[in-house]
Design a protein around this ligand. Structure first.
Ligand code: SF4
Ligand code: SF4
Length: 119
């Protein structure tokens, strides 16, 4: 069943805090790959516990509200533009969500919903 992404980025920055390598659901996959690489359990645990905050992420404040800013916004990677790509990608509090639809095109037309913009 296809999904359609709706909503809008709230610029919380959570996905950029651990976007490139680890999001919650694939932390275990990372560990499994590191085991295959033959790293010691201590090193694996340390790597898998890191947040891997993106170096291009910074924050600013507007009216007391903390807002994530991508300092390479115009040239950000495809992965960033497309996040979240599927329901499993969603982080708690993300402004996007997904609805399951039989026919995404007719769903959008009948509900006049525009797909959400990526960050
Ligand atoms: S490049 Fe920009 S959008 Fe991508 S993770 Fe870093 S700060 Fe976020
Ligand atoms: S895409 Fe979602 S998790 Fe990422 S900054 Fe926007 S609202 Fe936050």
């Amino acid at each position: 069943m296809p999904y359609i992404r709706i909503g809008k980025c709230k610029r919380c920055g959570k996905c950029c805090e651990g976007h490139y390598i680890i999001r919650g659901h694939n932390r275990q996959v990372l560990k499994e790959n590191l085991i295959i690489m033959g790293l010691s359990p201590e090193i694996i645990d340390w790597i898998a516990s890191q947040d891997f905050k993106c170096p291009y992420l910074t924050y600013k404040y507007e009216n007391g509200r903390k807002i994530a800013v991508c300092t390479i916004y115009e040239n950000r990677p495809k992965e960033c533009r497309e996040y979240p790509k599927e329901p499993a990608d969603l982080l708690p509090g993300c402004g996007f969500s997904f609805v399951e639809v039989k026919n995404a095109k007719s769903f959008v037309q009948s509900n006049r919903i525009e797909e959400g913009e990526g960050k």
